[in-house]
Design a binder for this molecule. Structure first.
Ligand code: WQD
Length: 344
């Protein structure tokens, strides 16, 4: 039995859907499992429209242990798992910690138990730069201290990485790679898939595009009194397609048994920091459209500045982000316009 199928949990979500497209482009057969709590089933149709191939789809919340077991029974050809499915709103996690701990941690445990039982060896895990908090040194490397998490969401990512580390140590038949994302933005060039935030966007770029298109009155810039060149906070924004491509490389590293350490983790950023005001200016310039914004107080829990040292990912994975901030802003705007025209 050739276990050549890839199970993508959260595969109708923002990063998950872009990863399914890249997997199919590389010839992989994909099974998506998603509870549709933060995405739409129509994304499966749009993935098929982009790649010409329809992934399998199963609606399931991975906290359902017997449901996860039944999934692996139904798809015996799954050889790798790319695990995106998790609740990810930092602010919401502060008000709903138990929901976040149960969903994000129990899902991973159920997956790992079934992987062990069904001899599925490879797990690529969606982690986050939030594990670093505010790094002491910049750019931040993978050997930087993991700081106490600023939110239950960030803590679930840290706990999940520890679960992976201990599982891989105990069971040699399971190997895992955690990918620590910086700030994913932008959309597929087809403008058929992209970020679909429900309600008022928490993240910067969807708020920019919704303000530019007139859906939001005004963007609030959370603070211009940071110790940065223009006073606004700095992040490492990375194009979602560059991020998606890294997942395929990580999965293949595991499939080809190239990972010397059982458990590995990599920073996925561009290595370049951009301030909030620089992002706004880039958006306005490349799309030739103004963004109405005002400076307000800092947002609770924000770090001042963080951007990635990507040397390890470049050298070990052989992966490097290709798109700069202009392409990110151009694709984000094209996606926003497509949504509002109803053809996405
Ligand atoms: C970016 C910058 C805000 C909104 C989050 C998650 C993190 C990861 C990436 C999942 C900050 C400023 C924002 C707005 C603003 N996701 N901002 N006005 O907080 O860096 O990281 O996404 O793994 O876990 O925390 O991203 O887009 O919310 O903020 O000024 O309306 O934009 O203060 O400086 P963040 P963000």
């Amino acid at each position: 039995m050739s276990k050549n199928q890839v199970l993508v949990t959260g595969g109708t979500g923002y990063i998950g859907s872009h990863t399914v497209v890249e997997l199919q482009n590389q010839g992989y057969e994909v099974v998506i499992v998603d509870d549709l709590s933060n995405s739409e089933i129509e994304v499966v149709d749009r993935i098929e429209k982009i790649t010409g191939r329809r992934p399998f789809f199963e609606e399931l919340n991975l906290v359902n242990e017997s449901g996860v077991e039944a999934l692996f029974e139904k798809y015996p050809n799954i050889g790798s798992v790319i695990h995106f499915a998790a609740f990810k709103a930092v602010g919401e996690s502060v008000n709903e910690p138990l929901k976040y701990y149960q969903n994000n941690i129990c899902s991973l445990i159920n997956l790992l138990n079934s992987m062990k039982k069904h001899k599925v060896a490879n797990m690529v895990f969606s982690s986050s730069c939030t594990v670093y908090g505010q790094p002491e040194d910049l750019p931040v490397t993978e050997s930087a201290k993991v700081q106490p998490a600023e939110s239950p969401y960030g803590n679930t990512k840290q706990i999940c990485e520890e679960i992976l580390r201990d599982t891989v140590k105990a069971f040699s038949e399971i190997k895992a790679i955690a990918l620590r994302y910086f700030n994913p933005v932008g959309a597929h060039s087809s403008a058929l898939i992209g970020e679909l935030p429900k309600g008022v966007p928490q993240n910067l770029v969807p708020f920019i595009t919704q303000t530019a298109i007139g859906l939001r009155e005004q963007l609030s810039v959370f603070g211009d009194d940071y110790n940065t060149p223009d006073g606004s906070a700095i992040r490492d924004y990375i194009h979602v397609v560059d991020l998606a491509k890294a997942h395929i490389i990580a999965a293949e590293r595991l499939l080809e048994n190239k990972n010397e350490e059982g458990y590995e983790f990599f920073n996925l950023g561009t290595g370049t920091g951009s301030s909030v005001l620089e992002v706004i200016n880039a958006f306005e310039k490349v799309n030739d459209i103004p963004v109405n914004y005002k400076i307000v107080d800092r947002r609770e829990g924000d770090v001042e500045q963080i951007w990635a040292d990507t040397t390890i990912a470049n050298e070990i994975l052989g992966w490097k982000a290709e798109s700069g901030i202009d392409i990110m802003m151009e694709s984000a705007w094209k996606w926003e316009q497509a949504i509002r025209k109803g053809n996405a």
